[in-house]
Design a binder for this molecule. Structure first.
Ligand code: FMN
Length: 224
């Protein structure tokens, strides 16, 4: 007899009996001035795509056009990403955030899932301020925030290693560090990219749970 085990966050939820699994779409809306944060965004997208039933939609927010807004409208979840510039999100990302005010007024992203990631040159570099700003943006839109969900790695204990997941010890979202003298072909490093991958998979699993829960609630309401 197989050993009983406690369900974990990594378990993909089953579809309701008799129902085809509902696919979910997770958009990654990011800016990257020089390509480093773009690599982090790609790792988030790979994490989303690693979850059966979830599909990533990678969107650069430099160009604000109808196609971008339609893609974000169609998504079940939006993972926002920006480099940390001057201790905050980049001006290009903030331009996107401000342009979303028309959607804010119409409550277009209400109840979608949201999460965030940032990358900067400093180990700290005030990345938390960029993530906070992204979380506030999500709150303004009435979205449900998905945190990173990892314990801190690396120097949190004396025996830690920089290869560990979440080596930068973020809680709100995924952090990455790219030394300023290295190109995006060499940085961010592998552990930061794995952390970004983790965030994408976590958002995808949460989106699936929410979609299935919504279906179950609709069935219950119909049967009442
Ligand atoms: C205008 C500007 C401001 C920056 N401010 C910070 C900062 O506040 N903290 C930090 O750690 N790095 C800072 N950096 C470094 C970038 O965050 C870092 O180079 C990052 O990898 C750039 O990502 P990107 O290639 O996606 O644009 C700054 C870079 C620029 C160009």
């Amino acid at each position: 007899m197989p050993e009983a085990r406690t369900p974990t966050q990594s378990d993909t939820p089953p579809a309701p009996a008799g129902a085809a699994p509902t696919p979910v779409s997770v958009a990654i809306a990011y800016h990257s001035g020089y390509g480093h944060t773009a690599r982090q965004a790609a790792a988030v997208a790979a994490g989303v795509d690693s979850v059966p039933g979830a599909a990533a939609d990678l969107r650069d927010v430099t160009t604000l056009d109808a196609e971008l807004w339609a893609a974000l409208e169609a998504a079940d979840a939006i993972v926002f990403g920006s480099p940390t510039y001057m201790g905050a999100t980049s001006a290009v990302f903030q331009r996107f955030a401000e342009a979303s005010s028309a959607i804010w007024a119409a409550r277009g992203w209400q109840d979608k899932l949201a999460a965030g990631f940032t990358n900067s040159a400093g180990l700290n570099g005030n990345k938390d301020n960029a993530l906070l700003s992204i979380a506030v943006l999500a709150g303004q839109h009435g979205m449900h925030w998905v945190s990173l969900g990892l314990l801190p790695g690396w120097i949190y204990t004396s025996t830690g290693s920089p290869d560990e997941l979440n080596r930068l010890g973020g809680f709100l979202g995924a952090m990455a560090q790219s030394p300023a003298d290295l190109g995006p072909d060499r940085t961010p490093g592998e552990s930061d990219l794995r952390t970004a991958h983790h965030l994408g998979a976590r958002v995808a699993r949460t989106a699936l749970r929410l979609a299935h829960g919504r279906e179950a609630a609709a069935h219950l309401a119909a049967a009442a």
